[in-house]
Design a protein around this ligand. Sequence first.
Ligand SMILES: Cc1cc2nc3c(=O)[nH]c(=O)nc-3n(C[C@H](O)[C@H](O)[C@H](O)COP(=O)(O)OP(=O)(O)OC[C@H]3O[C@@H](n4cnc5c(N)ncnc54)[C@H](O)[C@@H]3O)c2cc1C
Ligand code: HEM
Length: 371
Amino acid sequence: MAEIDTAALKANFAEVAGHGPDVVAQYFYGYLFLRNPETRDMFPPSMAKQRDRLLGALVRIVTDVDNVGELVPYLEDLGRDHRKFGTLAAHYPAVGEALITTLRHFSEDSWTEKLQADWTAAYGIVADTMSTAAQKVDESEPAWWDAEITQVDLRTFDIAVLKVRTQTPHPYVAGQSISIEPTTLRPREWRLYTPANAPGGLEIELHVRLIDGGPVSTALVRSASAGDKLRLGPPIGQLTLEPGPPRPLLLIGGSTGLAPLKAIIDQLARDGGRPTHLYFGARSTREIYDRKDLELLAERYPWLTVVIVISDDIRWKGPRGLLGNVVAGPDWSDHDVFVCGSPAMVKFTVAKLIRSGVPENHIKFEDFGDA
Ligand SMILES: Cc1cc2nc3c(=O)[nH]c(=O)nc-3n(C[C@H](O)[C@H](O)[C@H](O)COP(=O)(O)OP(=O)(O)OC[C@H]3O[C@@H](n4cnc5c(N)ncnc54)[C@H](O)[C@@H]3O)c2cc1C
Ligand code: HEM
């Protein structure tokens, strides 16, 4: 692997991308779909908005092949996860050929035999790791789980709580997320959502916030109804309880970032409880979309303290301000801390906690920005 010049691969792609990311992606997909028409149906019907979702990610990963040792667990997950698209071992060479043909086309005179050999070798290593991991679980694990929406509860103008029923139990752990395709409403558009209950049965609760202009969240909040079909991919994420001696917990969630924290509380309750503070933050009282449940949980579990923090509503009698500012007051240095919400909220809160003395290795976080 030492002989692969990854710096040259990155420089070559930067030169190719200079032709315009849309133009390059269009060529790549055009070539792939023309030569392998069966792959077209794996991708969203309209690819205008996200043309480089695969191509951009693919190149970033392949040009990082000198870190392959560190990347192996991620690539194995990615390979297993790709089964939900219908990806088979035979598709990997097809994508590799489309990639290299695209790069050669746009590189023109700067294309060399060495570049061709290095791209081929780097892609081969990554593709082999992914497809071997996929084949290993082909017999033992479904490629996806079929499910159906059973209930839609529109809690605020832009947040819905959905109940979903799977046909067989989904193997997630409390705090993990699941890639979901709303098969009826937005076929072949996959997005991550996080169960708000612990696993075990067939029912999953999802909290979905509408993102302006976002196709999947808009469909789930505005148009979903009981009976709509979904497909669920394998679980992902590390926002989970660790084995070992339990420390008290501090859980911090902004808006629908509450979902994984509720799943963790549900799991703790099944395991006998543990001293836990839950801080939930929203801009206005109108956005406390799960208030009844939060009050119920605080009442039911003596080990749980719930604090609601509102940033922009002067009528709120409880703590007011940004979650990060409010939560960083007390000393949490002996707690395990979980933070979840928008990218801005997570970044700010984690920085505040570290500055207030919480050891970095006590903090786990997940943001709901780009996967
Ligand atoms: C690990 C993970 C778990 C997630 N779990 C949930 C969940 O339980 N509930 C939920 O409502 N959403 C969740 N999301 C976000 C979700 O996957 C979608 O990105 C979101 O619903 C928007 O999809 P869309 O198709 O409507 O818009 P897209 O076209 O996919 O997204 C539009 C843009 O909005 C950004 N965005 C998405 N969510 C937020 C946010 N909260 N704050 C700021 N920017 C955002 C995206 O990064 C993207 O750039 C999660 C994301 C990740 C990475
Ligand atoms: C080395 C090989 C590959 C790598 C590194 C790779 C990587 C990725 C990554 C990181 C994503 C985005 C994450 C996601 O949406 O889940 C993605 C999406 C996707 N990949 Fe791959 N991939 C590879 C090969 C393939 C192959 C062979 C196929 C099948 C033809 C394929 C089909 C898809 C599809 C359908 C998507 C979703 C695209 C979208 O939503 O627009 N990938 N890939």
